[in-house]
Structures are given as C-alpha cells and as structure tokens.
Design a protein around this ligand. Structure first.
Ligand SMILES: Cc1ncc(COP(=O)(O)O)c(C=O)c1O
Length: 454
C-alpha cells in the first residue's frame, strides 16, 4: 500500500483533480507555495515554523481550507483504483482512497502539527489516548518492552501497567525519569523498543531532560516517544532529539474544552507504517479523526502561541504570589523548583514555563475545601479535569485523573493526596482573577472549621 512521504505533502496541488493546471487559482496557489517554501528564518521557534508551513486555501479561494467530509473518493478510470492500492498513486499526488486511511483535511492538520513540532510528518487521531496506544502498538510487538517514566497521565500509566501486558504481552519497566543511571540500567539492548515519558509530567510537573534521555536511548537503539501535551510551544522535544512527539490535542491545542483529539508527530516512515493496510495500527484499529474536527483545530493552531504565552504568564505570576502567601506551590517557573534550570535550558524563548501549577494542600479534605471556595465563593475557576481551557480548571489529581494508580504508585510518583492541579486560564484580567483567589483563600481561613488546619 501507499508509501508516500506525508512530510512532502507541501508538494501536493490542492486543485489537481480539477483538471486545469493553468487557471488563475493554480498560479496564485503556486505563488503562495513558492512564498512559503522559502528557507524558514526562525525554524527553531514553533510559531515561526507554523507560519512557514504551506497555507492551505479553501476550494473557492476561502482563506480557510475546505473540509473534505467524504468518507470515500472516486476516480476517473478503473485502472487508477488499482494503482492507488499498489501504492503507486497516493496522497502526495492528491489520490485518496478512503478516509480511515488518509483524508485531505486531516492530512493538512497533520502537516501543521509536523511544522509545530519540527518532525518530518504527523498524523492526527481521534483522541490523545489513541495516539499513545497506536504508537506503542506500532513500535512494539508481542514480547516487546517499554521503559517509561513512573510519573505519567493516569490513563497512559494504566495502559502500560495493565492493558498492554494482558492484551499484547508488552511489558513496561517504570523508572524515575530524573535518575539517568536507572534509565540506562532498565533499557535492555535488543529487547527494549521504546523509552516513553512526558516532557512535563501529569500531574507533578517534573521536567524530563530530553537531550540526555535521547542520548541514553539512542546509544542502545531505542526509540524515544515523548508526550508533549503539557508543554506545546514551550518545549519542542523533537528539536531536542526525540523521535516521536505525541499530543492530546484535547488540551491546550484545542483550547476550547470542546473536542477530543490526538496527534502523532514523527518520521514519515512511522506515519506510513501506521497507515499500512496489513500492519498499520491506525489503519487497522481505526481511531480516525473526523475532518470537521481537523478543520476546527487547524483554525486554533495559529493562536496557540499567543494563548500559551498568557497561560504561562499568569501561571508564573500566580505561583509567585501563592508562594508568598505561604502555600506549597509546585511550578517549574519558580527558581526553587528542582527542574527550573533544566526547563530554562530546553524551553523555547518567550513562551514561559507552562500553564499548569500545583498547590499541595496535603490532604484530600483540604484540597476539596480549597477547590470548593475557589469555584463556589469567588468564581476563580472550575472544578473539572483536563487543561488548556480559557477558564482555570482545578482537580485533585490523586482522586481524579491519577486515581487509577495504587496508593503506593501515587506515593512513588510524588502525587500527594492533597495535590490540587490547576490549569491557569486567561479569561478576565489577571488582577480580577487574583482578587478572586485571595477572596476565596480568606473565606477558607475565616471559616471556623478551617482554623488551625491549613
Ligand atoms: C499527558 C496526557 N496525555 C494523554 C492524554 C489522553 O488524551 P485524550 O483525553 O485526548 O485521549 C491526557 C489526558 O488527560 C494527558 O493529560
């Protein structure tokens, strides 16, 4: 089946099937294509890389790309169908078969994600979890082995700890990703397929040393897969050496808390293998992104950089002020955070240090009381899981998104029972929201049940 280079999709003519090659539109599109294929002046900056990607116009000259909503595609001659199935004609020449395989709109979003993360190619999926599971199933076979950070999103941890061993005989050794000797020790050359970690971990906000971990893994021939959901724009793992970058696009990239989506960014050979009709995990398991969702997300990527800057700016200001109030704050932007210098050395300039912070209230009961006043007394934020929304979202990780972990696993991952994870929003003014925070805190301190407990 088609082995085309999804990274080369910039060479594709969006009007190929119209027949005419010399109409005005084609000339205009060609001029834009030429303009956008100039050497990128700031390729290292993700926003600059995104802006340098080819701009896809709508079918009638719309400034936005069109949505190709069709599930199936027709051909002019029967012979073309056979040639598409042998791989001779593929999406790089605007030949599409069926939308569970490549879809033009989803492919365009993938092209933007590849530009954002600096990878050769990317393809988008129905959810972040399907991006995680499809990549692992593509890179590992039965008997395969993963070395993974013990501080991961609860769903990913459970997939690795319970589902993959039972369903696929793929086992995982969990490590402290900051202990490089341990990582080296656990990788078994010839047996381990993948080193897996999050650039900034959910929920503890520990930061992984991407260049060093890539050196260790690559020395032993192991593929490095990094989940960058918590730090788009802030960190670019592939530019630091990672082979594959994953996203739950349901979070910051969407920004609207209204879509579930994922992305796999990596080498064209990986994306192609995932689409293979005989062995491809995306093609055969079918977690396909709806083209209407791809269209939505493509319109949100251009302001991701602006949004991240404001999420990160407010998180930094609030973390500093919360610390001054005597709260136990965890935020990698604070100088006393153990990974502050590391993050500073890896981060793209001027985006900040991430849009999430944690307040450790030590017990679940205190965590719940804090979230209750923050939502119900002062409207500082909403009690909800997830992140990247314009409103602040708060959840007690141990009893929500990390509740799949045993008490022992939570303790080992550094998830205190009172850890409140906050995804800092940017609606309202910074001072308005801060006064809501202060009001809620003083309400909590005033309440008689609270006295001497904080
Ligand atoms: C770091 C991380 N990776 C992956 C996922 C899974 O993403 P989705 O909910 O889009 O399937 C999540 C979801 O919370 C997450 O936080």
């Amino acid at each position: 089946m088609a082995t085309f280079n999804p990274g080369n999709i910039a060479n594709m003519s969006s009007k190929k099937r119209s027949g005419s090659s010399d109409d005005q539109w084609d000339q205009f599109a060609a001029a834009k294509k030429h303009h956008h294929s100039l050497p990128p002046p700031h390729a290292e900056d993700p926003a600059a890389a995104l802006a340098n990607a080819r701009h896809e116009f709508g079918e009638h000259g719309g400034v936005n790309m069109s949505i190709e909503a069709s599930a199936t595609f027709t051909v002019m001659e029967p012979e073309t169908m056979r040639r598409m199935f042998t791989g001779e004609l593929g999406p790089d020449r605007d030949f599409f078969i069926y939308s569970r395989h490549f879809n033009p709109t989803v492919l365009n979003l993938g092209r933007l994600m590849a530009a954002l993360e600096g990878t050769e190619a990317a393809y988008c999926t129905a959810s972040g979890m399907s991006a995680v599971s499809s990549v692992l199933l593509q890179l590992c076979s039965s008997g395969g082995h993963v070395v993974a950070s013990k501080t991961l999103y609860g769903g990913t941890h459970t997939l690795l700890a319970h589902f993959l061993p039972r369903a696929c005989n793929i086992t995982t050794s969990f490590v402290d990703i900051g202990d490089h000797e341990m990582v080296r020790r656990e990788i078994v050359q010839g047996r381990t397929n993948v080193l897996y970690f999050e650039s900034m971990s959910n929920p503890t906000l520990t930061v992984a040393n991407v260049p060093e971990l890539c050196r260790i893994a690559h020395d032993k021939g192991v593929t490095v897969v990094v989940d960058n959901t918590f730090a788009p724009m802030v960190v670019s793992p592939a530019r630091l050496g990672a082979d594959v970058v994953l996203h739950s696009m349901s979070k910051f990239i969407s920004g609207g808390a209204d879509l579930i989506a994922g992305a796999v960014c990596g080498p064209a050979s990986l994306v192609n293998s995932m689409m293979d009709t005989h062995q491809g995990s995306l093609m055969l398991l079918g977690p396909t992104m709806n083209p209407k969702v791809a269209f939505e997300l493509a319109g949100r990527l251009p302001h991701l950089g602006l949004r991240m800057k404001e999420h990160c700016h407010r998180a930094m200001v609030y973390a500093t002020r919360m610390k001054k109030l005597g709260l136990k704050v965890i935020y990698p932007g604070l100088e006393e955070h153990p990974d502050h210098a590391l993050l500073k050395s890896m981060a793209n300039k001027e985006y900040g240090y991430g849009g999430l912070l944690c307040v450790d209230m030590e017990t679940e009961e205190k965590a719940n009381r804090l979230m209750n006043v923050l939502q119900n007394c002062s409207q500082f934020g909403l009690m909800a899981v997830s992140l990247g929304y314009y409103e602040t979202l708060m959840s007690c990780s141990g009893s929500s998104t990390s509740s799949e972990l045993t008490e022992e696993e939570k303790a080992s991952a550094g998830i205190s029972p009172g850890l409140v994870r906050m995804s800092i929003g940017f609606n309202g003014t910074l001072e308005q929201k801060w006064s809501q925070f202060e009001k809620a805190l003083s309400r909590m301190q005033d309440s008689s049940s609270f006295n001497n407990k904080m």
